[in-house]
Design a protein around this ligand. Structure first.
Ligand code: SF4
Length: 491
């Protein structure tokens, strides 16, 4: 059997995923830009972590020469105290260790993850390395190195503070007893036909499987798997018992109030509207209404002073302002991609927002979190920023609290579910007509914008970002108008 560390991990998550990877790779979904960016982040963090142990020797990756990498590693262990990407193979299992450090007569393994903490799935990842490398070298300790989210950059990067190392030797040693059995099981799987493994929570846990498209092809939409406020294991248990459709769910499951609403509105194709509750909600809104939406990005490795790993950095906002006389204004900010966006954004935001009136956001905890982050960072604007948070109201509430429920929500109350359900035929309000169609994409695109050399390409991307964020707040204006229409016409 030939197995790499990542293939072993894939097989632990789902033996069928390993089988498909080895035999039917053509059925895998190609990684999207977000996944590619995650890989790239992993590599950058891994490279930086090597500087925690400077002066080591690196074994370069050579796709068609694993034996050469293994031989080179063996040579380096005789002369070096620190080896990066040391390569080993035992019983057909090939691993590369991020960092090996000589500690007396034995070696310590350091596995680097671009995550904010050590996760359960990381331990078998180190355990298989220990199993393979332990056949070639005496081992002492194993560590998982991850980013320390308490770190805040100030001047040069302080690597000792940026990274944290958790010792996992005991857990890794405890896992050794099961590795031989795991490998035998995987060998048996690979010797047979496509395994008959049902879909389940393992399809996304701990990693999103590449074979969703293949294994989930017969799952109807909507199905019991779309029921809201139901634990994932229970959903799959119902599904595999044959309770698949909403019709089945209505007959065979004791649905709670939200699920009953979700199922009944979908099956009866009817809206649920609580006019009194909507009217009450709208009574709290004051003109001029500021419809606000931020876009943010996160860096694993902080670029700016006052920035920590994976902390949201706002780089853009859109603001529609609706006055009592019906006039609608639009203001927006999109940062220069070459600098820390926060100061300019803060100053313009404080100018652009009206001095009074409600600030409406969809899922306000995100916008309030961004404002609180700015307030912590810029003491001189702190009082003004904090004062804004008292003026917020959340436009998600009428939907989340079931004042308005549309059969097309299918239990999701995000703006991406609410808008198309309320305005199905309006091309101006259709995210699918935009180049950038989600906040996740915006979050990936902006941090790479400074790498785009062609000014026309750069301008096109900036325009796409502006169009996306503008639609987020225009959507809120329209959704608010819809609610207002209900309150006025039906009260
Ligand atoms: S989609 Fe699920 S069942 Fe299919 S291979 Fe992946 S993890 Fe296994």
């Amino acid at each position: 059997m030939n197995l790499s560390k990542s293939q072993y991990m894939k097989g632990l998550q789902c033996p069928k995923a390993l089988w498909l990877f080895k035999k039917r790779k053509d059925l895998a979904t190609e990684p999207d830009q977000r996944r590619l960016n995650l890989f790239e982040t992993g590599h950058r963090v891994g490279d930086l972590a090597k500087q925690l142990f400077p002066g080591g020797a690196e074994v370069e990756y050579r796709q068609s020469d694993y034996q050469g990498m293994i031989d080179e590693t063996a040579r380096l262990t005789l002369s070096e105290n620190v080896i990066y990407e040391g390569s080993f193979s035992t019983n057909g299992v090939f691993v590369r260790a991020d960092i090996l450090v000589k500690n007396g007569e034995a070696w310590d393994i350091y596995e680097v993850k671009a995550t904010a903490s050590t996760k359960a799935v990381h331990k078998p990842d180190v355990a298989i390395q220990w199993y393979v490398i332990g056949q070639h070298l005496p081992l002492n300790k194993a560590y998982l190195v991850h980013l320390n989210t308490a770190y805040v950059r100030s001047g040069e990067l302080d690597l000792q503070s940026l990274f944290s190392a958790d010792e996992v030797t005991e857990a890794v040693q405890a896992e050794q007893a099961s590795i031989a059995d795991n490998l035998n099981d995987l060998e048996r799987v690979l010797a047979g036909g496509e395994p008959d493994i049902l879909i389940g929570t393992h399809c996304n846990n701990s990693y999103e499987c590449d074979f969703h498209h293949h294994c989930w092809r017969d799952v109807p939409y909507p199905s019991v798997l779309d029921l809201c406020r139901l634990n994932g294991d229970k959903k799959f248990a119902y599904y595999h018992q044959g309770i698949v459709t909403y019709e089945d769910a209505r007959k065979h499951i004791g649905l709670n109030a939200v699920q009953a609403l979700q199922v009944n509105t979908a099956l009866n194709r009817e809206l649920h509207i609580d006019t009194d509750a909507i009217t009450d909600y709208l009574r709290g809104v004051r003109y001029p209404i500021n419809f606000l939406d931020f876009e943010t990005f996160q860096d694993a490795i902080p670029r700016f002073d006052g920035q920590g790993p994976y902390k949201n950095i706002p780089f853009q906002y859109s603001l529609h302002i609706l006055h009592e006389n019906g006039e609608l204004e639009h203001r927006e900010f999109l940062a220069d991609e070459t600098e820390d966006p926060r100061l300019r954004l803060t100053r313009q935001l404080l100018q652009d927002l009206t001095d009074e009136g409600t600030i409406l956001a969809f899922h306000q905890s995100f916008e309030i979190g961004v404002i609180n982050g700015l307030a912590r960072h810029f003491g001189q604007y702190s009082a003004q920023l904090i004062a804004l948070t008292d003026r917020f109201m959340d436009l998600e509430i009428p939907f989340k609290n079931l004042m308005y429920y549309h059969p097309e929500f299918h239990g999701s109350f995000s703006i991406k579910s609410v808008l198309p359900a309320l305005f199905p035929d309006d091309p101006e309000l259709d995210y699918k007509n935009l180049d950038i169609q989600s906040g996740d994409v915006a979050m990936d695109v902006f941090p790479h914008l400074h790498e785009v050399d062609n000014p026309d390409d750069k301008e096109a991307i900036r325009n796409s970002l502006l169009a996306y964020c503008r639609l987020d707040t225009l959507a809120m204006v329209k959704i608010w108008g819809k609610l207002e229409g209900i309150a006025i016409t039906e009260k």
